[in-house]
Design a protein around this ligand. Structure first.
Ligand SMILES: Cc1ncc(COP(=O)(O)O)c(C=O)c1O
Length: 464
């Protein structure tokens, strides 16, 4: 008997990323079929508005023919060119140049990866190399934030500080350390901006002191924590952490895989605070998901030190077959043109302000503990008790209900396991599309109120 249902074939053969394998076998796949602008249609013909831009990556929106055309033209002319042996291709050279121009300060050297995980992994390998060739081999330890996400490479998953990425993978590895997330909503120092910033800076200093400054290599952070539940730190936090890292003589790596390319307003979140990191990882919005590509921008200090101190003659053994893939590079150049000449970055800034305003209206909902946003990146934290901020029990499976109900109501968002809703609409959205996302989200929250498990645990409070 031949199996020809896609659902059955999926169950048998596709191991999905970050899935519960047995759970996925039971639930089965939801097949997405086509998309245009901010809308996706599934294989059953159900049309949804994509409030999550795929996986916070389709920043320009779906269906741009100009991107398809440059990809096809590049495939016809030169579908592949290696960057090894001194070879290169025009799109990769032009893209490196463009990224050097638009990234902050002296981040002038671009190493190309295929996505975010290997951009972070490249940073980790090159940091090691940097300290070894500059005569400080003891500087090996890495500090990152609790709730941080930095991909799932074997080393990077230990810089990530989410339990599912550690359990049974023997992580964290030696030399991987964490400090508390700024998380204003649940920060023991209180939610006051200055207190949150001071607490983070003090914790970083204390951790470096505890480990010994001459053993610490770098601090990694996302300007807004994404996969850890969209934790938006106060304005000024990033700058304070950058300055502290410089003072402590450790490298500062900004992971802009989500926040890059207009997601929080400016082209890069670092720009908003005048921060120039030593290294910056990016991916996602770089091609808006139309082709796989990531990059690590390296500042002059680290680049020059490696270039000048690496053993003469031999290669620096870090590279991928697809580093600087010409098709992905051509796609990225066209996506960057759309942000700029196509007005998508400016639209994202305008609509981002509107989105923040409209989303804030959900704060009055009985289930909403906090609404937090920076531009078109937002989190809505669901609680059972608005006063104590107590969450629903795991047994209530609220995030599963939220996702399923949202889908039925025609909106896609991320429903994190700890009952935080993640939102990242495409930057091409109009105000009315934002209204549609908010309306469908409110409807979904209202629908939750009818669930017996929600009724049983929700503490209704009289709000002043
Ligand atoms: C901040 C951050 N870094 C790294 C990654 C890993 O990127 P990728 O999934 O492209 O490997 C992600 C993915 O979501 C991310 O959000």
């Amino acid at each position: 008997m031949t199996v020809n249902s896609l659902e059955a074939l999926d169950r048998m053969h596709w191991v999905h990323p970050v899935a519960n394998w047995a759970g996925h076998e039971k639930r089965g796949v939801t097949i997405l079929k086509s998309a245009r602008g901010a809308f996706i249609t599934d294989a059953d013909g159900h049309e949804l508005i994509d409030g999550f831009a795929g996986l916070w990556c389709v920043n320009v929106g779906y269906g741009h023919d100009s991107i398809v055309e440059v990809a096809a033209a590049q495939m016809r002319e030169l579908p592949y060119a290696t960057g090894y042996f001194g070879f290169g291709s025009e799109p990769a050279i032009r893209l490196a140049t463009k990224l050097a121009e638009i990234t902050p300060g002296d981040l002038n050297h671009i190493y190309f990866s295929l996505g975010g995980s290997d951009a972070v992994d490249s940073a980790l390998r090159l940091i090691r190399y940097y300290y070894n060739v500059t005569g400080r081999p003891a500087k090996k330890q890495i500090i990152s934030l609790e709730r941080g996400y930095h991909g799932s490479s074997s080393t990077g998953a230990g810089v990530t500080a989410l339990p599912a990425f550690h359990a049974n993978f023997d992580l964290p590895a030696e030399g991987q350390h964490y400090i508390a997330s700024p998380y204003p909503y649940r920060n023991p120092a209180g939610s006051d901006d200055a207190a949150v910033i001071a607490a983070s800076v003090a914790t970083l200093r204390a951790k470096v002191e505890e480990l010994g400054a001459d053993t610490v290599a770098a601090f990694f952070c996302e300007p807004v924590q994404g996969s850890g539940g969209v934790v938006v730190p106060p304005k000024g936090w990033l700058k304070a952490m950058r300055d502290a890292a410089a003072e402590l003589d450790i490298l500062f790596v900004a992971d802009e895989v989500i926040t890059g390319f207009g997601r929080t307003g400016p082209m890069f979140a670092c720009e908003a605070e005048g921060v120039v990191p030593d290294m910056m990882s990016m991916a996602k919005g770089l091609t808006s998901g139309y082709a796989p590509l990531g990059a690590l921008a390296i500042g002059e200090k680290v680049y020059r030190a490696i270039a000048d101190n690496a053993p003469a003659g031999g290669p620096i053994g870090h590279g991928y077959t697809y580093s600087g893939h010409p098709v992905s590079a051509a796609v990225a150049l066209e996506v960057l043109r759309l942000y700029d000449e196509g007005g998508i970055l400016a639209n994202g800034q305008r609509v981002g302000a509107y989105f923040e305003e409209r989303l804030a209206t959900l704060a009055d909902h009985p289930l909403v503990g906090e609404v937090r946003a920076r531009g078109l990146l937002a989190g809505v934290e669901i609680v059972a008790d608005k006063v104590t901020k107590e969450k629903f029990s795991r047994a209530a499976k609220l995030s599963d209900h939220l996702f399923a109900r949202g889908y039925a109501n025609g909106v896609i968002f991320r429903a994190f396991a700890d009952d935080i809703i993640g939102l990242a609409p495409p930057l091409c959205c109009s105000e009315s599309e934002i209204d549609l996302i908010i309306a469908r989200l409110r409807q979904t929250l209202d629908d939750m109120l009818a669930l017996p498990e929600v009724k049983a645990e929700l503490k209704l409070v009289e709000l002043a």
